[in-house]
Design a protein around this ligand. Structure first.
Ligand code: FAD
Ligand code: SF4
Length: 483
């Protein structure tokens, strides 16, 4: 693109649209929905960046990617340089470009957002990562000489992968212990193919393995071995726990034990990890309802609803107790779900699930809600409207109202400080109350985001390195604050 074209596009008020599969076509397949920018589109969009002196987008990024730095390189057509800049702070850019809630992070703080549309940072990041992988642009980063120290990382979600990658770069041995037969955590078993193709996750994990991260699969720590055994018997110098928050939460209403009621976690795992979506190649048992109801309003609910459509449902309804403004899902996912025909029953709350004489779901009794005063989270509290009950006909209910901490590992660590909901307490560096044990990601914060989990992995890796290498004064081990 010539300099004059770049100058012209600098004043574009709106962002370059993302080519996508048509809604009527994509609701019947599992292929990725957004098709990605071309080189020219990426250059055009990047040229909108004002290269701010104090870029608010960077401070709003949990891993502080040099956003204007890589956008300037893309605008000038040097994609290899852009990829290098991103990789300095983000080991999984093809993933983050696709699933980060950019509107609440970098793009939400872009100065252009005050008057125009913010720079489409996520779309350009995705382009750079995909282009780099396709054209083999980025080699592996160089590692520091071996320190001989060994760190065990429990869990291979974004927190564990980032911690392991950063530790290896600093010269330590990192071994990941993963419970499932595939690494990636929610990136593999939760987020569906049409939003995050598995081959992208596999490629980014392969890069970490080529870098030297050792992956041990089918290892449920807490069952096969304990953290204490890893530290004392297996000679690991430090442990990072990144086991996520995968314990499903249920509604606690009658009928939840009927056939045809799933937690979103189980439903998505059957579809993604056990490949129900590749029927008939994989004959994974999963109830395929005609009229599916998903309870919840987050990313997980949108993923479950859009998966149900693709598995052949005639109608899919999202039941959410607050209004559209409070939906916690990424804006793009809500938009895509609506375009694909997902029906939104907002300000609606389930009261009971009703079954037929075969013990299968046939309906859900719901109640209308209105918004009252703000609650502890600052969001307006949903309040039931008297005598507003109605019956929603449905033959499959998917509950997507959040997840909790799985106690399987933590109950094998007596004395480990947890909060009242079972999450691990850490200090600002990821140190837990047990010496030589760090933690981060959803098992500390509760369900959050990919990039926050990565940020926590990075912070802990930095502190583990400091502790193991005794670079500078090492502060005494301080137990995590109770809170
Ligand atoms: P996880 O990704 O949960 O990984 C934990 C890993 O630890 C898993 O592989 C698990 O098998 C393993 N493990 C657990 N216990 C043990 C054990 N005892 N021994 C060994 N291994 C163990 N975030 C976004 O930013 N954008 C999105 O669009 C988005 N969509 C989502 C959609 C769904 C369906 C879900 C469920 C979540 C979504 N999230 C999204 C949230 C995001 O995926 C999580 O915040 C993030 O994955 C947390 O990372 P983590 O590394 O802490 O844990
Ligand atoms: Fe560019 Fe927006 Fe970041 Fe400024 S805030 S540097 S315009 S992306």
């Amino acid at each position: 693109m010539s300099e004059s074209t770049v100058q012209k596009t600098r004043f574009q008020k709106t962002r370059c649209p993302m080519p996508e599969q048509e809604p009527a076509v994509r609701r019947h397949n599992f292929n990725e929905v957004p098709l990605g920018y071309t080189l020219e589109q990426a250059m055009q969009e990047s040229a909108r960046c004002l290269n701010c002196k104090k870029p608010a987008c960077v401070s709003a990024c949990p891993v502080n990617v040099d956003i204007p730095g890589f956008l300037q390189q893309v605008a000038s057509g040097d994609i290899a340089a852009a990829a290098e800049i991103i990789k300095q702070n983000n080991a999984l850019p093809a993933i983050c470009g696709r699933v980060c809630p950019q509107e609440a992070q970098c793009e939400g703080k872009c100065v252009l957002d005050k008057k125009f549309e913010p720079v489409a940072i996520g779309r350009v990041e995705r382009f750079v990562a995909d282009y780099g992988l396709e054209h083999n642009l980025t080699g592996l980063p160089s590692k520091r000489p071996s320190t001989g120290k060994r760190v065990a990382v429990i869990g291979s979600g974004p927190a564990g992968l980032t911690a392991a990658g950063d530790l290896v770069l600093r010269g330590h041995d990192a071994t990941i212990f993963e419970a499932f037969h595939k690494p990636g955590g929610v990136l593999i078993y939760g987020i569906p193919e049409f939003r995050l193709p598995k081959k992208i996750v596999e490629r980014e994990i392969n890069d970490l393995v080529r870098l030297g991260v050792d992956l041990k699969l089918n290892q449920v720590v807490g069952r096969v071995n304990t953290v204490g055994e890893l530290l004392d018997g297996n000679g690991f110098d430090a442990i990072f726990i990144g086991v996520g928050a995968g314990l499903p939460t249920f509604l606690g209403i009658s009928g939840e034990d009927l056939g045809g009621v799933y937690s979103a976690n189980e439903y998505l795992t059957r579809s993604n990890l056990m490949k129900a979506y590749r029927f008939p190649e994989y004959d994974t048992p999963v109830v395929r309802g005609d009229h599916v109801t998903v309870v919840g309003g987050g990313n997980v609910a949108m993923d479950a609803a859009r998966t149900a459509l693709r598995l052949g449902a005639k109608t899919v309804t999202i039941v959410y107790r607050r209004s559209r403004d409070e939906l916690p899902a990424r804006a793009e996912e809500v938009h895509h779900a609506g375009e694909e025909g997902v029906i939104f029953q907002l300000l609606t709350n389930p009261v009971a699930i009703e079954g037929n004489d075969r013990g299968m779901v046939q309906g859900m009794k719901c109640q209308r809600m209105k918004l009252g005063e703000p609650d502890d989270s600052g969001r307006r509290r949903p309040v039931p409207i008297l005598n507003s009950e109605f019956l929603l006909e449905t033959d499959l209910v998917i509950v997507a109202i959040g997840a909790g901490a799985n106690p399987l590992l933590t109950k094998t660590m007596p004395g480990l400080p947890l909060n009242r909901r079972g999450y691990i307490l850490t200090d600002a560096h990821g140190r837990t109350g047990k010496e030589r044990v760090w933690s981060g990601g959803d098992i500390v914060t509760g369900s959050a985001t990919v990039i926050q989990a990565m940020g926590a992995g990075r912070i802990a890796a930095r502190d583990i390195h400091k502790y193991l290498s005794r670079e500078g004064p090492t502060p005494p081990w301080v137990a995590a604050n109770e809170g």
